[in-house]
Write a protein that binds this ligand. Structure first.
Ligand SMILES: Nc1nc2c(ncn2[C@@H]2O[C@H](COP(=O)(O)OP(=O)(O)O)[C@@H](O)[C@H]2O)c(=O)[nH]1
Ligand SMILES: [Mg+2]
Length: 197
């Protein structure tokens, strides 16, 4: 899959604000700072499409990006630093849960975990949500340039065993810094969307 034109589409919190384009959606989830904005920029060849390093936890909105007028990439708010709100509907959990569990256009969930770290409790909760949603997903081990090549396999095995990832599920090492893993991720997205057509 080659992306030639990626544009910011809209920011939303509530379902009424989600775009009504009807395009299939690929959602990116993960801890704040794990590299979601960076992977979106890398995949779309845009240096600043999604804002990198914006104050962690401050963005409690869903950002939709229009990919060549045929699909949407969806940047979901990160967890880990999210402040706890009494009002569930406006909390991180409310916003993300509602999108993940009600959005018919959602076709693929891409979860990022930092290749350097053992998955957190929140990562495990997110992974269980994804499993319970019962739709195609992909796990990305981000910031692969931060460890030596020889360590990559070992770290991916730790991520696999901590999250309990089945052997047939793909875990792709990725580096936005080195643009490593980009083709693998784009090919995977294309294969899933093609199968679903
Ligand atoms: N070395 C390295 N740093 C990265 C990579 N991806 C993201 N970062 C850095 O990690 C920080 C958080 O990235 P960002 O994309 O904003 O994470 P988000 O909060 O998940 O959207 C920024 O300082 C990025 O420059 C990567 O592949 N390699
Ligand atoms: Mg971000």
């Amino acid at each position: 899959m080659i992306i030639t034109n990626a544009q910011f589409e809209i920011t939303a919190v509530k379902p009424e604000q989600y775009p009504a384009l009807g395009y299939p959606e690929v959602a990116f989830v993960g801890r704040s700072n794990v590299g979601k904005s960076s992977i979106l920029n890398t995949l779309t060849n845009r240096r600043n499409l999604a804002r990198v390093g914006a104050k962690p936890g401050m963005t409690k909105t869903i950002n939709f990006f229009n990919i060549d007028e045929k699909l949407l990439f969806v940047d979901l708010p990160g967890y880990g630093y999210a402040s706890v709100s009494k009002d569930k509907k406006s909390s991180w959990e409310g916003i993300v849960e509602r999108y993940l569990f009600t959005r018919a256009e959602l076709k693929l969930i891409i979860m990022l975990v930092d290749i350097r770290h053992v998955p957190t409790d929140n990562d495990k909760i997110m992974y269980q949500w994804i499993l319970s949603r019962g739709m195609p997903y992909l796990i990305i081990a981000s910031k692969a340039d931060k460890i030596s090549r020889g360590q990559i396999h070992k770290h991916i095995q730790i991520i696999r065993s901590e999250l309990g990832i089945a052997p047939e599920v793909k875990v792709i090492p990725f580096s936005a810094e080195k643009r490593q893993g980009k083709e693998d991720v784009l090919n995977y997205i294309e294969s899933i969307l093609y199968i679903l057509q």
